[in-house]
Design a protein around this ligand. Structure first.
Ligand SMILES: Nc1nc2c(ncn2[C@@H]2O[C@H](COP(=O)(O)OP(=O)(O)OP(=O)(O)O)[C@@H](O)[C@H]2O)c(=O)[nH]1
Ligand SMILES: [Mg+2]
Length: 424
């Protein structure tokens, strides 16, 4: 058995402290609650008192002390519970003097009381205590407001606020997160504001409306562009495997990544395994001849990665495609790793616009907690997603982009992190 004694200025404050540190399960036993004199010299002079709550935690299901740095959300939950209780007390204070009120509270905590524990002594919170509680809520409101964000009712719309905070935490900008939360609020009945499951169902639809998807291989010439190491070559090989091995289409691979031997060899090895031709084109003219003369149904062109800051390199690569755009429509996908931050995503979408990419592939989703920034920037640019890649296995580690699958990947964690009891 672990014993505890907690102090605070008000009864409500100490009760909140106990609940937040030890939980409110049946294993947490409260032995006494009383006002005690403040021991300091000043306390003795002023005869000031403070509240003390003592109790014990049963060994069997010993509650784990919660983390000290609780979220504001948790605090609000506690405050709301306490406010409900105190306002109930206020209303019933006259009707329930002393004994009756004690009976009410005893019913509330009785299952957790052991015979050897002292009975609870209950004192209804005073008006001053309630006022203090309300001041605390006002302070929390002010704190949240100073941090920016939507002007939600911190108690009634707590779940919407939590949705907003989740959206910011996974990488959406505050404006985007606010728009998702506000649009969700507009489409949920106010009676459901406290039901995370209902809010989640609507938020998922709202977010889904910001996600566009498309197919791959709608043109004969396909290329992938993007920053160094994004997974372009691996993804191109995945596409080739899908078209040639799975769909039995005639595919040819071409690389214009001609200055890195290893990169060229990498593609050739894959081509050999899939038994499809692979050519290296050193100049725009060579690419033009290769594409014109190829009898393949699909020509997949691998590019070398480049820093978005290297405009000269990007322009040189662009010249390859300029050589074939007169005769061939090119399906260019921007490949962008899931780990990309918002500020970098904005830059990449902008710099690779040079290639007129019409589709976006999010790569390496297996390596990232969230790819929210890419969703936001793609929405700004009105670009659809074609594929997501989730590993190095070229035969299976990719998914067709799906609006709701993407929305779920971003919001399901929020639903899952809620207390199961709250998931109504
Ligand atoms: N975890 C994970 N790794 C991946 C994925 N796609 C590619 N990779 C790995 O990322 C590394 C770089 O992949 P590449 O395909 O060579 O990337 P690239 O964009 O062609 O690179 P450059 O040509 O150098 O710009 C390799 O080790 C790949 O195996 C993915 O979806 N998930
Ligand atoms: Mg490559």
């Amino acid at each position: 058995m672990q014993y505890f004694t907690e102090h605070g200025d008000t009864h409500a404050e100490v009760l909140a402290k106990v609940r937040s540190k030890y939980g409110s399960g049946p294993e947490v036993l409260i032995s006494h609650q009383r006002e005690v004199p403040v021991k300091s010299v000043w306390g003795k002079i002023t005869r000031a008192t403070r509240w003390e709550i003592s109790g014990a935690i049963l060994e069997k299901n010993k509650a784990q002390p919660k983390k000290k740095d609780e979220t504001i959300d948790n605090k609000l939950k506690l405050l709301e519970e306490m406010l409900n209780r105190t306002s109930f007390r206020k209303q019933t204070a006259e009707a329930l003097p002393g004994a009756d009120e004690r009976a009410t509270l005893t019913r509330e905590i009785a299952p957790s009381l052991k015979k050897e524990m002292m009975p609870i002594s209950v004192v209804a919170p005073s008006t001053e205590q309630i006022r203090k509680l309300e001041a605390e809520i006002a302070e929390l409101k002010a704190t949240l407001k100073s941090r920016g964000g939507p002007d939600f009712d911190l108690v009634k719309e707590r779940e919407l606020l939590s949705l907003y905070e989740h959206c910011v935490a996974i990488g959406f900008s505050e404006d985007f997160a606010e728009s998702i939360a506000m649009r969700t609020r507009a489409s949920v009945a106010s009676t459901d504001f406290k039901l995370r499951k209902k809010i989640h169902a609507r938020a998922r639809e709202v977010l889904g409306e910001h996600i566009r998807t498309t197919t791959t291989a709608s043109q004969r010439v396909i290329t992938l562009v993007g920053p160094t190491g994004a997974g372009k070559t691996t993804t191109l090989v995945k596409l080739a495997a899908r078209l040639s091995v799975m769909q039995k289409r005639k595919v040819e691979l071409i690389t214009i990544d001609n200055y890195r031997i290893a990169a060229t060899e990498q593609l050739k090895v894959y081509a050999r395994i899939m038994d499809i031709p692979c050519r290296v084109c050193r100049t725009p003219e060579e690419l033009q001849i290769a594409v014109d003369s190829s009898s393949a149904e699909f020509v997949l062109v691998d590019t070398s990665g480049s820093s978005p800051a290297n405009q000269e390199f990007l322009s040189r690569q662009k010249a390859f495609f300029d050589a074939i755009t007169a005769q061939h429509e090119i399906e260019a996908h921007l490949v962008i790793p899931a780990t990309t931050r918002l500020v970098d995503a904005r830059l990449l979408f902008d710099r690779f616009e040079l290639f007129s990419y019409s589709k976006v592939i999010i790569s390496k989703i297996d390596e990232s907690y969230s790819f929210a920034p890419i969703i936001e920037v793609a929405d700004t640019w009105h670009r659809p997603f074609s594929m997501l890649t989730n590993g190095q296995d070229v035969a299976k580690d990719w998914l067709d982009a799906d609006r709701m699958l993407i929305a779920d990947a971003l919001l399901k964690k929020w639903l899952d992190e809620s207390d199961p009891a709250d998931r109504k």
